[in-house]
Design a protein around this ligand. Structure first.
Ligand SMILES: [Zn+2]
Length: 108
């Protein structure tokens, strides 16, 4: 976690995004971005034991627009954590117990 100059908590990994109820938004160099709801996305990574820190998680995404235009998978430049909205893409969320276990582990 880090703080902005305005004193706002900024998540630095998918788990923190879920704890703070932020969306997860990979942003491509072409300007295209996609918004994901954080809980299901964290769970998707967690089950695969993928690194969920934004810098590493970046490599697991690719831009649909670039894929269509170039025929290649281009990883996003960065991951942002904007306000979560109802339009965010929601993957199946973790069950309640798995989530609570992760939260208590995180606090320890
Ligand atoms: Zn792109």
């Amino acid at each position: 976690m880090r703080w902005t100059s305005h004193g706002v908590r900024q998540p630095t990994c998918l788990f923190e995004a879920a704890v703070f109820h932020c969306a997860v938004m990979p942003v491509c160099a072409c300007g295209h971005a996609a918004c994901f709801a954080p809980h299901g996305l964290w769970w998707h990574f967690h089950r695969r034991q993928w690194d969920d820190r934004f810098g590493e998680a970046r490599r697991r995404f690719w831009c649909r627009r670039c894929r269509a235009a170039l025929g290649r998978k281009i990883a996003p430049l960065r991951i942002e954590a904007p306000h979560l909205t109802a339009e965010a893409i929601a993957l199946p969320p973790p069950d309640e117990r798995a989530w609570r276990r992760a939260v208590s582990r995180h606090r320890a």
